[in-house]
Design a protein around this ligand. Sequence first.
Ligand SMILES: Nc1nc2c(ncn2[C@@H]2O[C@H](COP(=O)(O)OP(=O)(O)OP(=O)(O)O)[C@@H](O)[C@H]2O)c(=O)[nH]1
Ligand SMILES: [Mg+2]
Length: 448
Amino acid sequence: MLQDTIAAISTALGEAAISVVRVSGPQALAVAERVFRTGKPLSELKARQAYLVSALDSEGGTLDQGLFLLFRGPASYTGEDVIEFHGHGGLLVTQKLLESLLSAGARSAEPGEFTQRAFLNGKMDLTQAEAVMDLIHAQSTLALKAAHEQLGGAIGKEAAALREELLPVLAHVEAYIDFPEEDISPDTGATLVAKMDLVLERTRRLIDTSEQGRILRHGARTVICGEPNVGKSSLLNLLLGFERAIVSPTAGTTRDTIEEIIQVHGIPLRLVDTAGLRASLDDIERVGIERTQREVERADLILEVVDGSLPPADSQRVILPPEAESRRILILNKADQGVHPDWPEGVALSCLNNTGVEMLRDAIRTVIMRVGSLQADHPIAINARHKTCFERIVLQVQAARAALLEGTAPEYVALDLREALQSLGEVVGVVDVEQILDVIFSSFCIGK
Ligand SMILES: Nc1nc2c(ncn2[C@@H]2O[C@H](COP(=O)(O)OP(=O)(O)OP(=O)(O)O)[C@@H](O)[C@H]2O)c(=O)[nH]1
Ligand SMILES: [Mg+2]
């Protein structure tokens, strides 16, 4: 596959000032030679320097003029020869240029194929390749920071460190396989167990970052709930900054759930406005209320809105299971009409005149940081694939540890340890991972 030369439009499809077309592979220069008029042979051009060139269509007519860049492998994104053309960003002109490159011998790139090549050519490990997509998809500053850490190799380094800890343990155990007359002494056994405990602890700490990873990649599920007419949709609009949901004095205005992504202090929230909770005879409203209840159950954060100007005795509170209590923020809305003194502690808010919003944002940050164990400084955040690997490593090291303590033959201890090392390799992609590659890279954009 790496023998092919691939080409793609790397910028988004649509009219823009500039569009970028890339070619990568052993024939990149030969393909470019047929399509671009550079004034001199490509072999004489300097790498990483911009040249103004003409581009030809597949019939040899002039198509566009733009900047041409050449990267010679391995000093390129993919590790292969790469050329880039920055042309006028019209849909048709860009499409025709791609066609011209294809008829000159390139093949259309699959989604993520450039990054896949970068991985296969050893320019980055698998976690870094995944971080490329995280970076593109990031919807909040903290998510961006986590993607940067991962792109810089933070997870790969941690996996390498775990490998460094485990390898000597395996080497030690294997030494006993060669000398069957010798038993592992209690002292040595204790040292090996201590090392495995260290690996287990570090691995568990990594697994703990998966919650943070989920929240940063997909947003913290945040549901706005409460009785009808208390100002739930007003709150959604206020946090969003525009009038997304219909607000009206009629109770029961919102029937279906409305979902939007916002960012609060750098944290992405998947904000859901819901139908007001009340006993209702209306079929549509009842379905809406059932949806609300489902959203509340799976939420990371529950923003319960009440009319704070009324006495609490007049309100129906949202009932939560005890473990969900710490995820609730009570919002005493309509504070412009006063806050009744009988309410328990909550955030006094007025959607009408915008007061209390900063307090609310701070409260949201506090709850999410706790619920998602977010670390603002070093946001290492493993994804679901890494989590599966690390969970397997815990089981395999635990098995090795137990076998060692029980005095099982060293062959079996070594077997478990080798499996753990294999799983570690899977995280960064040093072992045969053919089947997972397709899954990962197919979620990429074409041209990346
Ligand atoms: N005085 C005052 N009125 C508010 C405030 N927030 C919302 N309202 C009014 O309360 C009414 C209901 O607001 P909505 O945002 O539609 O309430 P809701 O909770 O989404 O209502 P449903 O969708 O029917 O459950 C509207 O007339 C709003 O203008 C506030 O802070 N102060
Ligand atoms: Mg509403």
